[in-house]
Design a binder for this molecule. Sequence first.
Ligand code: PMP
Length: 286
Amino acid sequence: MTRIVYVNGSFLPENEATVSIFDRGFLFADGVYEVTSVLDGKLIDFASHATRLARSLTELDMRSPIEMDDLLAVHRELVRANDIEEGLVYLQITRGAASDRDFAYPSEDTPPTIVLFTQNKPGLADSPMAKVGIKVISIEDQRWGRRDIKTVQLLYPSMGKMMAKAAGCDDAWMVENGAVTEGTSNNAYIVKNGKIITRQLSNNILHGITRAAVLRFAKEAQMEVEERAFTVLEVQDADEAFFTSASAFVMPVVEIDGVVIGSGAPGSVSLRLREIYLEESLKTAI
Ligand code: PMP
């Protein structure tokens, strides 16, 4: 089955969808994106993703090429057309294609580019990796200073994933001034003496939609939460570690820089949070 994608107002087979070589996403990484997961054929936490998208656009003085209500309809149509039961919907918006390359933003009448595509991921909820946990390395955080905006500048995170792969690991946790900021594409957590510890929100990390939901569910379940920075040494000394993202939900981390965390198996808090997250977020899926 050919994947159906959405590009600038049209639903097309993926091989017929094109954008300009002068698109500012391509030339300047001048774009933002979102990723929404699909479980049971329904979108998880869509409203929060739409709100963060609107904020990312505002922060970059970029106008939206689509009304938020229409955005939901496009997401739903792609899920339907591609028969997605479990998977992801990617949304990319760029400042469009100016008539020529220029660092300065193009005039207001330049239409933004909008692209959406799905990824079919059977078994997303029942992930085999969540049962054994993943291994990470720590790397210096060399990204720019506005990581709270969900921009398409993903070169350093991509380099980080390759460094992790070369070290026989699954991901990298980034470190700045001695403290972990976040994973290459996820928010990072440790658990020590029953307390869930994750870095506080600021411009230094992406404000994860899954992070917000998981912390809310943890508090509702009377779990103790502390929002503060932590070091790699604290990760190595923790009882458990995990990360969160819309594409992996709650994922246990069992090793960092070659040091086993806790028992070396996914911890009970991490697994319980994964279970609660999947259960609760499905209740409000649309
Ligand atoms: N931090 C970074 C750097 C990310 O790229 C992502 C996922 N795109 C996250 C955190 C997690 O955010 P969310 O829960 O909204 O997927």
